[in-house]
Design a binder for this molecule. Sequence first.
Ligand SMILES: *Cc1c(COP(=O)(O)O)cnc(C)c1O
Length: 438
Amino acid sequence: MNKADQDCANVAEPAETVEGPRSRQWADRYDHVHMQVFGRPGRVMDHGQGAWIWDIDGNRYLDMLAGIAVNALGYAHPAWNRALAQQAGKMAHISNFFASRPQIELAERLLELAQAPDGSRVFFCNSGTEANEAAIKLARLHGTRMGGHPGRILALTHSFHGRSMGSLSLTWKPAIREPFQPLVPGMGFLPAGDSTALEQAFTGEEASDQPVVAVILELIQGEAGVLPLEPDYVEKVRELCSRHGALMILDEVQTGMGRTGHWFAFQDQSLSGGACPDVLTFAKGVAGGFPMGGMITFGSGPSGLLTPGTHGSTFGGNPLGSALALTTLETIQREGLLERAERMGKRLRDGIAACGNPLFTSVRGRGLLDAIQLRSPCASKVAAWCLDHGLIVNPVAPDALRLAPPLIIQADQIDLAVDILSKVPTRLGDVDSPQGDR
Ligand SMILES: *Cc1c(COP(=O)(O)O)cnc(C)c1O
């Protein structure tokens, strides 16, 4: 290629991958039989490999969302596939009347990775919302033990903790919460980052008859648009919880399992200020695409609250999920994916910051949980354009794009994503554009 051709290649629009006839036909069938909770699917997919995924018309996409921060190892990782076949060939499910070696090894490994002290424990379930339900039940028992009445559990504004009634009661966004009122009583919200309001919640008038028994927070508010909390604020939560005997619950459903370049986000001083939780919930990435969630309690205090018969799960900790989680964690370790998440995240943020697209005003995040701030509320249009040009990104807020690729992503794939994003036409950011935002 001569110099002129190279320049030309650099300015060329990325290849088009618009919705093909098969995907359209299957999406129509989808619409006909599924509840309307997710809208029409962007594409109907067929298979993936690493950070790539193909739709049923054969179009290829670079996946910078990874099933919403789930597919840590990408698609069809050989180690994951092998573990799946091996464990499925032995036993997939046995109920919690019995235990299996993968489940026990997984619990041991999680406690080790979380650097949890002696007496810490793990509970397994199947999703993020369920993990938080377990934490809520634990907090209720804790409250009753503390003061003879359940007290209040507080979450932060802009939080997302899930869609089941308990977790939803602690989820901020009014549009998804309010239609389902009345919700669970004894819960409330604190303005995120406001230390004075935090102090007031623990010491003010309301605290004397309804003491705060737990605070639940995300160190990076993922669904709100990848918004990190200030470490000073997190330390303040820790301090007040300790002083008043309340539980500090960290929802690491999105940030855990290597996503931010650490096993858990609280191990990143720049997020936690060094604060350790009493309770940590996880899900999303833990089993690399198999549905699994869980809760870790730190130390013997919170670990002793749930007793036989008080909680449970039919599927939780089943041997198939446990084997896949063990393999996912082993592979993250063996392939150095924590360090890669940190390095690739930096490459991505630096690339975006330098790409010169005037639609982008800033970029933020840790490791491979990142977001681009847009000049105007055009995120849906930008994401649709990217999809039509072979790149999956997520319009997490009207004016922000979330980027959460698999942890195995390669440098040239990061560069390709930046290249496509650099070419997003600025006209999409024109809020008066006749297309409007979806
Ligand atoms: C995704 C998410 C949840 C809910 O997880 P599900 O598996 O969808 O129930 C809860 N908390 C956080 C922080 C999340 O990102």
